[in-house]
Design a protein around this ligand. Sequence first.
Ligand code: PRT
Ligand code: MG
Ligand code: ZN
Length: 109
Amino acid sequence: MIEPDFSKGLLTTVVVDQATKDVLMVAWMNRNSYQKTLATGQTWFWSRSRQELWHKGATSGNTQQVVEMILDCDQDTLLVKVIPAGPACHTGQRSCFFNQVKNFSKGLV
Ligand SMILES: N=c1c2ncn([C@@H]3O[C@H](COP(=O)(O)OP(=O)(O)OP(=O)(O)O)[C@@H](O)[C@H]3O)c2ncn1[C@@H]1O[C@H](COP(=O)(O)O)[C@@H](O)[C@H]1O
Ligand SMILES: [Mg+2]
Ligand SMILES: [Zn+2]
């Protein structure tokens, strides 16, 4: 099995909805959370702010069932395709990405 490269630190992890392809959240994994994710089929992260192992949904119930894990070309970023049990974001939004900065698409073809 291909192995992640932890030599530069935590694995940046992009979580997408398997069905809609929406980006749900970006978080970080250490070796332990990576192994836990592989072993359990649910997402586990290393919370940088709380400095603790974090099983996504442990308190909210909004766990993420892993469908596929893909490493990028140099193995330092992980894409995880999931089936979410509920909103990914602690605000209740489905995705953490709802703060539109600017939309340049008007007038583009
Ligand atoms: N549930 C979430 C959650 N879901 C998605 N995210 C995103 O995950 C990112 C990475 O989390 P980190 O803890 O590593 O946060 P960070 O970016 O280093 O620092 P902060 O943003 O926390 O200041 C956050 O920036 C959010 O964009 C969340 N970040 C934090 N939580 C908290 O996690 C706790 C447990 O929630 P559940 O796992 O759903 O039970 C609750 O206290 C939630 O407030
Ligand atoms: Mg943050
Ligand atoms: Zn969020």
